[in-house]
Design a protein around this ligand. Structure first.
Ligand SMILES: Cc1ncc(C[n+]2csc(CCOP(=O)(O)OP(=O)(O)O)c2C)c(N)n1
Ligand SMILES: [Mg+2]
Length: 330
């Protein structure tokens, strides 16, 4: 289905917003504004934005991937980023308008990778029992493709013809493990054959390709025809995680590989496409970029005005001091 001009521009704006907010987090870690650690999603924005923005209904269930701490997913679901920024700064969000993540079917992420599969399966079962054509969409990394939970859940979803769409965000590595050393086939989408469902591989840097593949899979699920698997080949620009004191491993990824993927940046590719197709007016891309930068710096200001939580538990206070600095104590 063709997206109209406004929809195309929206996809562009959402990817850019996700990128700039991710950069804010990475910088926030360096300056001590942000507490804890962070798994950057830079380079992978086309997956959440392409998959979730125009394919889902408000009452669908979404299990996001952890990169960018799900910012691309919540933005695509129309959730205000105020909560994301404030909470990453260790603050209590205030004056948040619009739907919460929960009201858009996002109920958090498990710290244990592989936990996604049975949760999404359960929501798909709920969707089927509700009989309102809802779908459950589950994002996972290549690194969890060896988890037993994946196989149990894919099997059961197929046997029961549950309305679930499995989307693999394959960035070729699970932490420091190259997927080629951990999975015996080239494509994770090949698992679809075993579990008797359609499986496709798409260019995860192409937001329209992701949108279209997920659209087909969602439609199939809504029509009661069961699950599908969509694999998006993508790449992360930054370390597995940053801000973690114990991350001492060297990044095994060759520099040339990283540089080659950066040439196919999802935002850059889409910007070129929209310019070539005459969708963008001459100055539009620059104007959008300036607007998004202004929004993000307003969010930065906003979050710094939000209060710290009342902390009663000395163990939590110690943890925050360790991660965030002395300011928390006052
Ligand atoms: C069961 C489990 N094992 C290990 C970890 C530590 N861990 C967190 S993310 C990650 C890598 C996951 O790789 P992948 O699924 O490919 O996602 P990516 O981080 O590459 O986006 C690992 C090993 C974990 N959270 N849960
Ligand atoms: Mg991975």
């Amino acid at each position: 289905m063709e997206l109209d001009r406004d929809q195309l521009v929206t996809l562009y704006r959402l990817m850019l917003r996700a990128r700039k907010l991710d950069e804010l987090m990475v910088n926030g870690l360096k300056t001590g504004k942000m507490v804890g650690f962070y798994h950057s999603g830079q380079g992978e924005e086309a997956v959440p934005v392409g998959a979730c923005t125009f394919n889902l209904r408000e009452d669908d269930y979404v299990y996001p991937h952890h990169r960018g701490h799900a910012i691309g997913f919540t933005l695509a679901r129309g959730v205000s980023p105020k909560t994301f920024v404030a909470m990453h700064y260790g603050r209590v969000p205030r004056d948040v308008e619009g739907p919460t993540s929960e009201q858009r079917g996002i109920f958090g992420i498990s710290g244990t990778i592989g936990g996604a599969f049975p949760m999404a399966l359960g929501w798909a079962l709920t969707a089927k029992m509700n009989a309102r054509s809802q779908v459950s969409i589950c994002f996972f990394g290549d690194g969890s493709s060896g988890r037993g939970t994946l196989h149990e859940s894919m099997n059961m979803a197929s046997v029961m013809k549950l309305p679930v769409v499995w989307v693999c965000e394959n960035n070729l590595y699970g932490q420091w493990m190259p997927i080629k050393d951990a999975f015996p086939r080239e494509d994770i989408a090949d698992l679809a054959h075993t579990y008797a469902m359609p499986g496709v591989v798409v260019d995860g840097q192409d937001v329209l390709a992701v949108h279209e593949a997920v659209r087909v899979a969602v439609q199939r699920a809504r029509e009661g025809r069961g699950p599908s698997l969509v694999e998006c080949k993508t790449y992360r620009y930054r370390a597995h995680a940053e801000g973690m004191p114990d991350v001492s491993h060297a990044d095994p990824r060759p520099n040339e590989e990283l540089e080659a993927w950066k040439q196919r940046d999802p935002i850059l590719l889409f910007r070129n496409k929209l310019t070539e197709r005459g969708i963008f007016d001459p100055d539009e891309a620059e104007r959008i970029e300036a607007e998004v930068e202004a929004e993000v710096s307003a969010l930065d200001e906003y979050a710094q005005q939000c209060p710290y939580p009342e902390i009663q538990d000395p163990a939590i206070l110690d943890l925050l001091l360790y991660a965030g600095g002395e300011e928390v104590r006052s």
